[in-house]
Each structure stands twice: as C-alpha cells, then as structure tokens.
Design a protein around this ligand. Structure first.
Ligand code: PLP
Length: 294
C-alpha cells in the first residue's frame, strides 16, 4: 500500500563535556582513530520513549554514569545529557515509539592514548515494531558465559555489569542461538547460574513467585527488570532477586526476556523444549511497560 509517507529521519546531537550541538546523522561524524570504534572502549545506553515520555530516564542516566565510572571515563554531565535527549525527542517527527541511544567513547587516540575529550552523542530514531514478537514469544537456548557467578567481584576489569561498547560477544551469542534454531539466548555462569540475555534481563516465574538474577552475578542492572518486578509486586506476586541455578529454569511456570525497547517477550521453548506461559499476563505486562507513565 502506498501511503505517500516518508520514513522519519533520525536525529543526532553531538555531546562534548557540558554542551551539545545538532549534527547530520547521514554525514560522517566519527574519526577512524576513535577508541570507541577501534577498541570498543566506551559505554552506551538505549532507552525507549513512548509518546514523548521516558519512564526510566533517571535510571538510564545513573547507569550511564556507573558504566563510565567502571571504564574510568569522565563522568557524563547528567543535566547536559538529559537536555540533549529532550532536544532530540523534540526535533524528531512524531512517531509511536522512539529509541534513543546515548554513547560516550574514550575519544580520538594519539600515541596510544585518548588525545582529547570523549566522543559523545545522542541518537534518536523510530523504534522497530516489536508487537508481533511480544505476542508470539521467542525460542531461547542457554549458553555458557565462561565466567563464574562471582567473577564480577574477583575481576572488576572484566567490566561485568557495565554497558560498554564491546558487544561483539553478545552479538556472537545471538548468532549461536540462531545457529541452534532459536531466536535468543540466556547466558549461564560457568558454575551453572542463570544470568541474562545478550541484550535483555531474565525474569522467572515459579507459581506466585517472580524472580530475577541478582546484579551481584555480574549482569547489567536492567531498567525494565526493575519495572517488571514493581508491576508483579503490585499484582500480588512475591518478587525478589536471587541466584537461580540454570537447571531450575525448565521447571519454571514462565520465563521472559525483558529490555527497554522490545519490552517483555515470553520464552516459548528453552533448549528445544516447550515452556509454559501466560499470554494474557504477558499482554498486561507489556501494556504496563508501553504506557507513557512517568
Ligand atoms: N542486559 C543486557 C546485557 C543488555 O544489553 C540489556 C539492554 O540492552 C539489558 C540487560 C536490559 O536493560 P534495560 O531493561 O535497561 O534495557
């Protein structure tokens, strides 16, 4: 069907220290010797905007700051980044959902070191439509993450729990999931604890209990995970964080992978075995997550 409509253009603001300036997202903006590009040395955030409202802006900015701290990057100026995000949302054509990425890299390299200010930007574009997958669910496989559940405390240089740019491992895990005939993955620690998806947090239902792996296991503190727990607590579920042995996942009453833009998707099969679920509950959960409530 020809609608006569053109795709809305993405909006880009470059952020340097405490100021930002609009730039052309279709033009070259990054230097080839930017350490974010050559080493994956930087941090990012992806947030979802529904009808102009960002339910979790402060949580994203806090996580952005703690990721930057973990990498020894200068602390991002929170009011400046918040203003740049608002400016990007305002500048974007109206769309049902926006996905906004924040990025802060170590900056341009000279003689093996960062030569100047970190490279930063806010990039807003129309979110992909995940309505179908929220309804159909996904098939997941468990994949060994190769670290013990306590690696985060023992080896902070692994940057577990920081949202850094080196996502090649996460992308490789998704390819492996597809190679095994699935859609997504759940990482498992080398000593057998369920962790998270490559781009999402794991939520587990056992009867009236809703559990999620605790951040002490070296996973990202998910903003959606937090909202999901609050939703279930308000719906008379007992909620909490725990160390969940991966061996217990097949006996769960439901599993979801949750993240800001895709929201909650039910896992319909785990390692090739069908999983039970509750389509109505998933719908209610997604209606809650998609509501532009502050
Ligand atoms: N865990 C990982 C590794 C992620 O990359 C993401 C999001 O991209 C999440 C969890 C979910 O975080 P959030 O709910 O804040 O989007």
């Amino acid at each position: 069907v020809h609608t006569g409509m053109t795709m809305p253009s993405p909006v880009l603001f470059l952020v340097e220290r405490d100021s930002f300036v609009r730039a052309d997202p279709a033009a070259a903006q990054v230097r080839v010797n930017d350490l974010g590009l050559s080493r994956g040395d930087g941090v990012f955030e992806s947030l979802s905007v529904v009808a102009g409202v960002m339910p979790t802006l402060s949580r994203h900015l806090e996580r952005f700051a703690s990721s930057a701290f973990a990498l020894g990057l200068p602390a991002p100026d929170a009011p400046c980044w918040a203003a740049a995000i608002r400016a990007a949302i305002e500048a974007h054509d109206p769309v049902p959902g926006l996905a906004v990425t924040l990025l802060l890299s170590r900056g341009v390299e000279r003689d093996g070191h960062a030569a100047g200010a970190p490279t930063g930007w806010v990039y807003a574009r129309a979110a992909r439509d995940f309505a179908a997958v929220r309804e159909s669910g996904i098939r997941a496989v468990t994949l060994d993450r190769g670290f013990r559940h306590d690696a985060s405390a023992a080896a902070p240089w692994l940057l577990l729990g920081a949202k850094h740019l080196s996502y090649a491992v996460n992308a490789a895990a998704l390819r492996e999931a597809v190679r095994r005939g699935a859609d997504d993955a759940i990482f498992v620690s080398s000593d057998g604890f369920a962790l998270e998806g490559p781009t999402s947090s794991l939520i587990v239902r056992f009867g009236d209990r809703i559990l999620t792996p605790s951040v002490e296991l070296g996973i990202l503190a998910g903003t959606t995970q937090e909202r999901v727990l609050r939703f279930f607590a308000e719906h008379r579920f007992e909620t909490g964080t725990a160390a969940i042995p991966a061996g217990e996942l097949p006996s769960a009453d439901a599993l979801w992978l949750v993240s800001s833009v895709r929201q909650a998707v039910a896992i319909t099969a785990l390692d090739g075995r069908p999983m039970p679920g509750d389509a109505e509950l998933t719908r209610e959960l997604n209606a809650h997550l998609g509501r532009p409530a502050p």
